[in-house]
Design a protein around this ligand. Structure first.
Ligand code: LIP
Length: 272
């Protein structure tokens, strides 16, 4: 696959994200799809999730029939050329009328994310990154913020029932003990985009799927931040720890995440 092939996909993904965002915005503002089924406690799926999932699969399969597609709502399997999609990341927020959610689209080649798009349909901000070409918000270059240290940093510490609550409480206790301010905003993709543009300084969560984070991790990497590796191949279908932050607080956040989780001694994979 050539760079031009990936460039075409990167542009197409942005168009698709905007169209998918328009569907989400319609449901969100009408309140029609805020009724939802529950995949698990605090883990809803709405009609909008399913409609956007179908829309994106149809668009991408129509334009690039040989590519693989993996989505949160339909599943899929690893492939050399693979779309990894979360139709609405932050579904609990969306279902409850909280305007903090995004469409997240990543394109991967041979186990590396080459294109990432995170679109916030309420603020109409589209965050984009093409590997090696920087990160942008609505076409303007973005960079992580140079935090001086914990007392100068805000961290979005995501939470879900997929991980023992005791570990999350340990993580939060460690963050507060180190002097960080923390938020729990309910969308990994939006949290990672916020790190990439310097609105916050770190995002961490103890258990996430590839479709929540691959696009956002590329945003942070291309904006000069540090990111934990997310395993590709079979790892795309598993839950993994995620950390992304401005470099000045990376060691501090790595240490406190490790101290909060069991079994001890796990390492947060680092690509750099
Ligand atoms: C969400 C993530 C969030 C996590 C939630 C949920 P979804 O993804 O973005 O970080 O804390 O439990 O997994 O389910 O809204 O696509």
């Amino acid at each position: 696959m050539t760079g031009n092939d990936i460039d075409r996909r990167h542009r197409f993904a942005q168009d698709c994200a905007r169209q998918a965002g328009a569907i989400a915005r319609h449901y969100f503002r009408s309140g029609e799809a805020l009724s939802s089924a529950e995949k698990g406690r605090h883990d809803p799926v709405t009609q909008a999730d399913l409609e956007i999932d179908r829309f994106l699969i149809d668009q991408l399969a129509g334009a690039f029939p040989a590519d693989g597609i993996l989505t949160e709502e339909t599943g899929g399997s690893p492939a050399r050329h693979l779309w990894v999609i979360d139709p609405i990341d932050g579904t609990l927020n969306f279902a409850r009328g909280i305007a903090h959610f995004a469409v997240s689209i990543a394109f991967c080649v041979d186990g590396q994310t080459e294109s990432g798009v995170v679109y916030d349909p309420v603020s109409n901000e589209i965050f984009t990154a093409r590997r090696g070409q920087g990160a942008f918000c609505n076409g303007r270059p973005i960079r992580v913020r140079a935090a001086r240290g914990p007392s100068d940093a805000i961290v979005d510490a995501g939470y879900s029932l997929r991980h023992p609550a005791a570990d999350y409480l340990g993580l939060i206790g460690n963050l507060l003990g180190q002097g960080y301010a923390f938020v729990q905003n309910g969308s990994a993709a939006m949290g990672l985009a916020a790190v990439a543009c310097g609105r916050i300084d770190g995002f961490c969560e103890l258990s996430l799927k590839s479709w929540d984070v691959l696009a956002g991790l590329l945003l942070v990497e291309e904006a000069g931040g540090w990111t934990s590796d997310f395993p590709h191949g079979p790892g795309l279908l598993e839950n993994h720890k995620v950390l992304a932050c401005t470099p000045s607080i990376r060691q501090s956040l790595q240490d406190l995440m490790l101290a909060a989780t069991t079994p001890r001694g796990e390492t947060l994979l680092s690509s750099r």
